[in-house]
Design a binder for this molecule. Structure first.
Ligand code: AHR
Length: 633
């Protein structure tokens, strides 16, 4: 196999090509990346989230010598967006409320946890409140008194330093006295969060994401954005401000959104890891309003916001841009500043819609929003949507609309089997360069009943090499979905699996990481003569202008090793030792969370040094991705 790389024949490609897509699916947010440890903290759970759930889900009433009754009330709540609260009637003695967190509360010995809750005495005499963190066997791992509630809603706060470690601890509130007490908006939050942000992210999980060094983050969905009915669309304004003022709502993936991880936290995370934010807003339409949650049956209908509501909705989208980029003298810029971020976030992109049916209802609303955004903020790049799958229904219509509006970019998705990826490596070569650019907002190779296999990861690598080759038109790309809590998945495969204490990146994660950490901004012309092995391997070659490094990525799905003769032309001079990282193994090696007895991957990338020159032979292992990083002298 002969490969020729011509460094003097290069084209500029997107420097932002590889990023991530975060959707609150598979318990990615609550119980996942968002570090809150109390589940159903505001008693807003209901059967709309999940048929088996109600306001008391995740809680338990313990009566030890005392006698008490509980009810759900909604008169004079802390905030209208947070309408329900719990009422306890105590006849005397001590009662307790227990919260088991998201399948247990993981505590670390010596770490500090901030406790808070709102309380109000409605009648009688409540003597006092006390919080205890208890181990799985009932051992006391730290407790604190919160004081005596009074007749108005008041926030009670304290800190507990855990005296022991437990992965299955629980939170207990003891209430003493005789009377009626209202309770709402509980929180148990580790002080140690990613970048020590208050109301922040689980540090270890956020770090694994940060280690991908994504150039951008698309959020908060996916189907979550357009939601299950007009009432369920993701409205960014409901997700900012004090957590007890945010409007919680059902999650289309059959659970709940506390929106504690809201727009401020998303933007802040982007900034913390040096990624550009790509918020996606609904295009004024929702998923089919079947009332049946996520069904995958997009074709069954679609509802648009009433036209009378559209001017307000358009304004809501414009306000988002002002909130992100306006200076603190603007109405919405002031709110961002109040939240602790006076500097603008530097929003460049806005996603408008996700996998929507391209109907007249959609187009009418899309046009209103798009034209208003462009009139007020011509510099914002609006990303349209082209339907759910490459060549699926509404794909062509989506592209037609994108061309009519002359959009900067279109979000295209692709979930296919590994073979499809290998067969479509030339897909983007023929894309019209005068058309909108492409954002591969969601892609993943689904193998063997949707497992993460090395074969799927290599198919994705091969496809990603084609993104680099077409990096002038394919400008952004992100694998989907990103996160999955073990035993709480609605969608597999995913990139990173976790439970309350463990994190296992999939094999596919390492492919994403290798591409992201070895991205370039120039694509060097490559020519390959591979004879019979032609459909078994592919490659790409980029240069990173900052370091000057030439980065060659070779992907093979051959069962045998292949010798590749590589010729580099048009270069001044290169260092003789290059770094070579190889991911190889059994193509059917799968993700450990598929197997209860392993929690570490067998297949991991290995880095070594190899000898290179302007003409060298590389022995490419069977079923492999090799990333060769060559330094100039
Ligand atoms: O990534 C999972 C889902 O796949 C997304 O929510 C949706 O956009 C797509 O259908």
């Amino acid at each position: 196999i002969n490969v020729t790389i011509q460094a003097d024949e290069a084209k500029a490609i997107s420097p932002d090509l590889f990023g991530i897509f975060f959707e609150d699916i598979n318990y990615a947010a609550d119980g996942g990346l968002y570090a809150e440890l109390i589940q159903n903290r505001s008693f807003e759970y209901s059967s709309q989230d999940h048929p088996d759930w109600n306001f008391f889900t995740a809680w338990e009433l313990l009566q030890d010598g005392g006698s008490c009754r509980l009810a759900l009330e909604s008169e004079s709540p802390i905030h209208p967006n947070n309408p329900h609260y719990l009422v306890l009637e105590l006849e005397g003695g001590t009662c307790a409320l227990k919260n088991g967190g998201f399948a247990g509360i993981a505590l670390q010995a010596g770490e500090s946890y901030d406790v808070s809750l709102y309380a109000r005495t409605l009648a009688g005499d409540i003597d006092g409140l006390k919080v205890r963190l208890e181990g799985r066997l009932g051992e006391n791992l730290g407790e604190v008194a919160l004081g005596r509630p009074n007749a108005e809603w008041q926030k009670y706060t304290a800190t507990i330093q855990a005296t022991g470690q437990d992965t299955f601890a629980r939170f207990i509130l003891f209430i003493e006295g005789a009377g009626t007490l209202a309770l709402d908006s509980f929180s148990l939050f580790p002080q140690k969060t990613f970048h020590n942000r208050p109301n922040g992210l689980r540090a270890d999980l956020a770090q694994v994401i940060a280690d991908l060094e994504p150039k951008f983050i698309r959020f908060p969905g996916g189907c979550l954005v357009h939601g299950d009915g007009l009432e369920n669309m993701y409205r960014w304004k409901d997700t900012i401000g004090p957590i007890e003022h945010r409007r919680e709502q059902p999650n289309i993936w059959n659970y709940h959104q506390s929106v504690g991880l809201g727009y401020f936290e998303y933007f802040q995370f982007c900034e913390d890891i040096g990624a550009k934010p790509i918020p996606v807003v609904p295009a004024g339409v929702c998923c089919p309003n079947t009332g049946a949650k996520y069904t995958g049956r997009w074709e069954e209908g679609q509802e648009g916001l009433p036209m009378d509501d559209m001017p307000d909705y358009v304004q809501e989208v414009l306000d988002l841009i002002e909130w992100a980029n306006g200076d603190p003298t603007t109405t919405w810029g002031a709110k961002r500043a109040e939240a602790g971020h006076p500097e603008p976030f530097g929003l460049e992109y806005l996603g408008l819609g996700n996998e929507d049916r391209i109907t007249p209802v959609f187009v009418e609303r899309f046009k209103m929003i798009y034209e208003a955004v462009k009139a007020a903020y011509p510099e914002i790049k609006v990303i349209g949507t082209v339907g759910p799958r490459p060549s699926g229904f509404d794909y062509e219509e989506g592209w037609k609309v994108a061309r009519e509006f002359d959009l900067e970019m279109v979000d295209e998705h692709g979930y296919k089997d590994p073979e499809w990826f290998w067969e479509n490596l030339e897909r983007f070569d023929s894309y019209d360069r005068s058309s909108p650019a492409v954002y591969l907002g969601e892609f993943a190779a689904h193998d063997m009943g949707r497992k993460n296999t090395l074969r799927s990861a290599l198919a994705e690598a091969a496809y990603m090499a084609s993104f680099e080759r077409n990096g002038d038109i394919v400008q952004l790309a992100s694998y989907a979905p990103l996160l999955a809590k073990n035993k709480y998945t609605q969608w597999i495969p995913d990139l990173i699996y976790f439970d309350n204490v463990r994190i296992t990146p999939s094999i596919n994660y390492y492919v994403q990481q290798l591409f992201s950490l070895n991205a370039g901004d120039r694509y060097l012309s490559t020519d390959i003569a591979s004879g019979d092995a032609g459909d078994k391997l592919t490659l790409s070659c980029v240069q990173d202008s900052d370091s000057g490094d030439i980065i060659l990525k070779l992907i093979s799905r051959a069962d045998e090793p292949l010798n590749v003769s590589i010729k580099l032309t048009g270069l001044e001079s290169i260092q003789a030792i290059a770094q070579c990282t190889v991911l190889t193994g059994d193509p059917l090696a799968d993700n450990p969370f598929n197997n209860a007895f392993r929690d570490e991957l067998d297949t991991l990338p290995q880095t070594m040094e190899i000898q290179v020159s302007d003409s060298f032979v590389y022995a490419m292992p069977a079923h492999s991705l090799s990333v060769i990083r060559i330094k100039s002298q």
